[in-house]
Design a protein around this ligand. Structure first.
Ligand SMILES: Nc1nc2c(c(=O)[nH]1)N[C@H]1C(S)=C(S)[C@@H](COP(=O)(O)OP(=O)(O)OC[C@H]3O[C@@H](n4cnc5c(N)ncnc54)[C@H](O)[C@@H]3O)O[C@H]1N2
Ligand code: MOO
Length: 430
C-alpha cells in the first residue's frame, strides 16, 4: 500500500505488522558509519567489516594436559622413557626429543620437536629421570594434543560484516590479538515519556498519578541492543512543550522514541508535534497491544541527517511489544546488523484463545515441553496491556494472526520466544 495516500482516520486501513515492518525498514536503509571501539565498549555492536584471522589459534601445537610428551608410535612397544627436560606454558623446551625420550609438559605448553602425544601424569610413575607407563599400549598416539590452528586458521574469515558482538565473539577477537574493533557506530537514541499523570520513580505519587515505567523498559532494551541512550525525562501533555523537546532532541540523536500521547485523546499531542516538525510515515497498526504507533521523522539534525521518530503507545506492555516487533528490527538495520529476524516457533496451544480477524493479537505466554516431547504454550493469564507482570511471567509472545478469530485448544500457533526477541530478557526465577 502507498503510505503517502494512507488514510489515518480509516479504522479498517490499519497497517498489518508486516506492512509496518516493510515501511519502517525500506526507506531508511542508511547505516551508521564505522567507528573503532575498544573491545570493552563493543558489546552489543555490529561488525562494520569482516574479521580475517591474522594468526592461528592456538598458535602452537600444545598440550591439553599436564603430563609427559613423547612419540606416540613408541607406546605400542615400550613402557619406559628417559626424562630429558620440561616444556612449560610460556617457556618451551627448545631441544629435540629422540627415540625413548620424553619431556615433562604442562597444559598449554608447546609440544617439543619429535613428540606428538601427551600422557597424563596420573598414568605415569616417575623414578628420578625414568618415566614408566604400565598400560602404555592402551594409549592412543596423538592423545591430549591440541593442533596449531585447530580452532581458527590464519587467513580464515572468522566473522562476517554485520555480526552482532556478544561474549563469545568478543572473546574470539581478543584471542586473535585485537584490542579494538571496527563496528557500526552505536545509534544515538533519545527517550521521552509523556503524560501529566506520569511521575518519575523516587518522587511521591500524586493521587491521580502513575509511576513512569516506559522510560526504564525502553532504556534497558536499547542498551541491550548496544545503543547510546539519552534519558530526556517526562514531557507534559502540552503541544508546545512536546514540540520544543522533540525539536531540541533531533539535533543530538538519530532516533527519538516517546511513549504515550499518540492515540485519539484530547491530550494526545505527539502526532501533531511530529507533523509540525517533520512527517508522519504511518500511524495505527492492526496490532494488539500496540495499535496506536506513529512512525516518521523529525526533520534534519545538525549534521544534515534525518532524525527518525517512533511514538510508542503509553500502555507498558504495548511499549514492550511494539519495541520487540518494530523498533528493534529498525535499530538493528540502522546499526548494520545482517542477521534476519528470527523465525517464530510453532507450538501447540494448551488453551482455547480468542481474538478478532483483521488484527494480530500478541498474548504473553509460557512455552514448555510436554511429557510426550511436544512444544506447547499457554497464556500467562489476564492480558491487559497495562499488566507488565505478564511480560515478567512469560517467556514468549503468542501470535493470533490477522486471519484467525480463535485458536482451538490443541491447535498449532506461532510463538516468539523472549530469549530471541526481547532485548535484555531475563527469565523468572522459577
Ligand atoms: N478512542 C480511542 N482510545 C484509545 C485508543 C483508540 O484507538 N481510540 N487506543 C487505546 C490503546 S490500544 C492504547 S495502547 C492507548 C494508548 O494511547 P496513548 O499512546 O495515547 O497513551 P496514553 O493515553 O498516554 O497512555 C495510555 C495508558 O498508559 C499509561 N502510561 C502512559 N505513559 C506511561 C509510562 N511512561 N509509564 C507507565 N504508564 C504509562 C497511561 O497512564 C494510560 O493508562 O490508548 C487507548 N485509547
Ligand atoms: O493496543 Mo493498546 O496498545 O491495547 O495497549
Amino acid at each position: 500500500m502507498s503510505l503517502s495516500c494512507f488514510d489515518f482516520t480509516d479504522k479498517k486501513n490499519q497497517l498489518t505488522l508486516e506492512e509496518a515492518r516493510q515501511a519502517l525498514l525500506q526507506p531508511t536503509s542508511a547505516q551508521t558509519p564505522a567507528v573503532r571501539l575498544p573491545l570493552q565498549q563493543a558489546a552489543g555492536c555490529y561488525l562494520a567489516a569482516p574479521i580475517i584471522a591474522p594468526i592461528n589459534v592456538p598458535q602452537n601445537t600444545n598440550s591439553a594436559m599436564d603430563g609427559f610428551a613423547l612419540k606416540g608410535t613408541e607406546l605400542a612397544r615400550q613402557q619406559q622413557w628417559q626424562l630429558i627436560g620440561e616444556s612449560l606454558a610460556g617457556q618451551r623446551f627448545s631441544g629435540k626429543v629422540e627415540a625413548g625420550e620424553c619431556v615433562y609438559i604442562t597444559t598449554g605448553a608447546p609440544l617439543p620437536d619429535g613428540t606428538d602425544t601427551v600422557v597424563m601424569v596420573e598414568q605415569c610413575q616417575r623414578h628420578e629421570k625414568q618415566i614408566n607407563i604400565s598400560d602404555a599400549a592402551s594409549i592412543k598416539p596423538g592423545s591430549n594434543v591440541r593442533q596449531a590452528g585447530e580452532d581458527i586458521r590464519s587467513g580464515q574469515t572468522l566473522l562476517p560484516a554485520g555480526q552482532a558482538l556478544g561474549s563469545a565473539q568478543l572473546g574470539l577477537l581478543a584471542s586473535l590479538g585485537f584490542s579494538e574493533v571496527s563496528v557500526h557506530q552505536p545509534l544515538r537514541v533519545a527517550v521521552f515519556s509523556t503524560g501529566n499523570e506520569v511521575t518519575a520513580p523516587g518522587l511521591p505519587l500524586p493521587g491521580d498519578g502513575i509511576y513512569d515505567t516506559n522510560r526504564f523498559t525502553l532504556q534497558a532494551m536499547l542498551q541491550a541492543l548496544g545503543c547510546q541512550v539519552t534519558d530526556l525525562g517526562i514531557l507534559p501533555d502540552d503541544l508546545g512543550s512536546i514540540r520544543a523537546a522533540l525539536a531540541e532532541a533531533r539535533h543530538r540523536h538519530q532516533l527519538v522514541l516517546t511513549s504515550g500521547g499518540v492515540s485519539m485523546g484530547d491530550a494526545d499531542f505527539v502526532r501533531s508535534a511530529l507533523n509540525e516538525l517533520g512527517e508522519t510515515r504511518f500511524w495505527k497498526l492492526a496490532l494488539r497491544p500496540g495499535r496506536p504507533f506513529a512512525f516518521g521523522h523529525l526533520g534534519q539534525n545538525d549534521a544534515g541527517q534525518t532524525c527518525l521518530f517512533a511514538g510508542l503507545p503509553g500502555n507498558p506492555v504495548a511499549v514492550v511489544v511494539t519495541f520487540m516487533l518494530l523498533v528493534q528490527p529498525l535499530i538493528q538495520q540502522l546499526q548494520g546488523c545482517q542477521q534476519r529476524l528470527p523465525a517464530p516457533w510453532r507450538a501447540s496451544s494448551i488453551e482455547h484463545l480468542k481474538s478478532r480477524t483483521g488484527r494480530s493479537d500478541f498474548h504473553r505466554g509460557v512455552f514448555s515441553i510436554s511429557s510426550n516431547g511436544q512444544l506447547q504454550v499457554k497464556t500467562t493469564g489476564p492480558q491487559g496491556s497495562g499488566m507488565l507482570t505478564s511480560v515478567h511471567q512469560g517467556n514468549c509472545l503468542i501470535r493470533i494472526a490477522d486471519d484467525q478469530a480463535e485458536i482451538p485448544a490443541g491447535a498449532p500457533v506461532d510463538i516468539y520466544p523472549f530469549h530471541e526477541w526481547l532485548p535484555g530478557y531475563r527469565g523468572t526465577a522459577e
